[in-house]
Write a protein that binds this ligand. Structure first.
Ligand SMILES: [Fe+2]
Length: 186
């Protein structure tokens, strides 16, 4: 039997990793298995984490951030048929599936990056992320998440910094507009 792994345990391990290294490859390699262990535990999961935001299409609940907004852990629930626009995070990201299957599309940015309000993206990779699956991205990684199932889905998102404090972007595939992406967090 696997020992319990609480939010406190997870955050303690995140602090150790952040103190050891700023190399994102190493951070993602070390955080990933811990995020999988955290979502497997589920003792911390509460009914309020299923409370969603119909206007936004997904509900975001903050589980943890350090006082300087680093090492943020959020649980995100997704309404059926809803999702995000393509976006980046402005920091590293480790997403671990908790319940249901989430569709991920990863993108490459293919313009020269010379304009703040413009970006051209092309699809790099598309895949389904079920419970326990990891989606890991370094700073600059761009993806889109949708719930194409009939039930609410949940995933745990761990970031180097709370994404409402990273000046990150969302991308419009029709107009190539790039603009700020801030989410409502409970
Ligand atoms: Fe994301």
């Amino acid at each position: 039997m696997t020992a319990a792994y609480s939010l406190q345990d997870y955050c303690s391990d995140l602090r150790t990793i952040a103190a050891d290294t700023t190399a994102e490859d190493e951070i993602l390699r070390r955080v990933g298995p811990l995020a999988q262990r955290f979502v497997a535990d589920k003792s911390w999961l509460q009914p309020k984490h299923y409370e969603t935001d119909a206007e936004q299409g997904f509900g975001v609940h903050l589980l943890h951030e350090e006082p300087d907004h680093s090492l943020a852990v959020l649980i995100v629930n997704w309404l059926p048929g809803r999702g995000t626009p393509p976006h980046d995070h402005g920091t590293w990201a480790v997403v671990a599936g908790l319940e249901g299957v989430e569709r991920n599309v990863r993108y490459n940015r293919v313009d020269d990056g010379s304009r703040d309000d413009y970006a051209e993206l092309e699809i790099k990779h598309e895949f389904d992320a079920p419970e326990g699956e990891l989606v890991c991205m370094k700073t600059g990684g761009i993806h889109k998440v949708t719930n194409e199932t009939d039930s609410i889905t949940l995933s745990v998102h761990t970031y180097g910094r709370h994404v409402n404090h990273t000046n990150r972007s969302q991308f419009n595939l029709d107009t190539n507009e790039r603009k700020a992406f801030v989410v409502r967090v409970e």
